[in-house]
Design a protein. Structure first.
Length: 118
């Protein structure tokens, strides 16, 4: 079984910064892509950023230039550094990872609330 534990959410004023972390643990051979989705009330879930095991990254246009995704492969952990936060960044942020066990699986974190006040 694979578990993802997130941390780092909270309340911040507009223009501030937060750093989210997501650590994967359990039994698996390898982790390929790790990333973050977010969902705000009444809105569709949005892919915020993802990073491959080789370090290639993708960002949604809404966060490009403000957010940075990174990972520590030794710690099986992915990070999301969020700068210049805006009220529209308010959402529940969930991490995910694609792992290889006896199959190829996708696992999700429990979600962490990020609230940006104006």
């Amino acid at each position: 079984q694979v578990q993802l534990v997130e941390s780092g959410g909270g309340l911040v004023q507009a223009g501030g910064s937060l750093r989210l972390s997501c650590a994967a643990s359990g039994t698996f051979f390898s982790i390929s892509t790790m990333g973050w989705y977010r969902q705000a009330p009444g809105k569709l879930r949005e892919l915020v950023a993802r990073i491959t095991s080789g370090g290639s990254t993708y960002y949604s246009d809404s966060v490009k230039g403000r957010f940075t995704i990174s990972r520590d492969n030794d710690k099986n952990t992915v990070y999301l550094q969020m700068n210049s936060l805006k009220p529209e960044d308010t959402a529940v942020y969930s991490c995910y990872c694609n792992v290889r066990t006896s199959l190829y699986e996708t696992h999700w974190g429990q979600g962490t609330q990020v609230t940006v006040s104006s």
